[in-house]
Design a protein around this ligand. Structure first.
Ligand SMILES: [Fe+2]
Length: 236
């Protein structure tokens, strides 16, 4: 393990995620630019169930509208021409605070667990509905399909998300063999591929440049199962 990558065990304490390091020390490690991977924060069986629910869901695809009150939505990007950052992924946005939105409501609990952990680490106060500053936590699932799913280098402003969180929903060696998140850290490039297995949460300082390398590019494109599935949230 290098200074650029901190690997810890995680567990569930009541309705919270706890790591083998205090939230203060963990936040400080991430603020220094180190990537942290918390092993076993989520139950793999629950994540596989979520994947199946999302695949069975059949919304009208289109550019997701993430404004308050908008429904859950799906967007498929397959090297769209003229795009700013090259990508092949399917991205699902969930309106978890909208009781009339069956898909969003069904996924509220796991995203609430992640959001609570985010608030503890960052001191942030945001939730899924807009706060006084008009910003809210946006819950997403990204699927980088087997057969070349990827997302090229890009970065985000540090504020207000501060710490990015990526939950792996895919089993290394079963759902994918290659394709993982890489970060440009002050300690050099950190490739999380071989460490970020199903149930693990990857934490990164939100302004670090990052990309998802190609998922099993020699296989046939599979939008319906194989590949790297991730749960993530951001504040906007
Ligand atoms: Fe990103």
């Amino acid at each position: 393990m290098s200074a650029g990558l901190t690997i810890l065990r995680a567990r569930r304490e009541g309705a919270e995620i706890a790591a083998d390091m205090s939230p203060q020390d963990l936040a400080a490690a991430v603020a220094s630019g180190s990537i942290a991977i918390l092993k076993g924060a989520f139950d793999p069986a629950e994540l596989l169930r979520i994947r199946a629910e999302v695949l069975a869901w059949d919304p009208v695809p289109g550019e997701p509208d993430t404004s308050p009150g908008a429904p859950s939505a799906r967007y498929r990007g397959d090297e769209p021409p003229g795009t700013h950052i090259r990508h092949v992924f399917e991205s699902y946005y969930f309106a978890v605070d909208n009781p009339g939105d069956a898909m969003g409501s069904a996924l509220r609990a796991p995203f609430a667990l992640l959001a609570s952990f985010w608030r503890r680490l960052t001191g942030g106060v945001h939730d899924f509905s807009p706060g006084p500053d008009g910003k809210s936590i946006r819950p997403w699932i990204h699927h980088y399909p087997s057969g070349g799913g990827h997302f090229d280098w890009h970065e985000h402003p540090l504020e207000p998300t501060k710490i990015g969180m990526i939950v792996s929903m895919s089993r290394i060696g079963v759902d994918l063999d290659t394709g993982g998140t890489e970060f440009k850290t002050p300690f050099g490039i950190v490739d999380t591929m071989s460490h970020h297995d199903i149930g693990d949460v990857c934490l990164f300082r939100y302004d670090l440049s990052h990309r998802v390398t190609k998922v099993d590019p020699d296989r046939e494109r599979d939008w319906d199962g194989r590949g790297r599935w991730t749960m993530l949230l951001l504040v906007r």
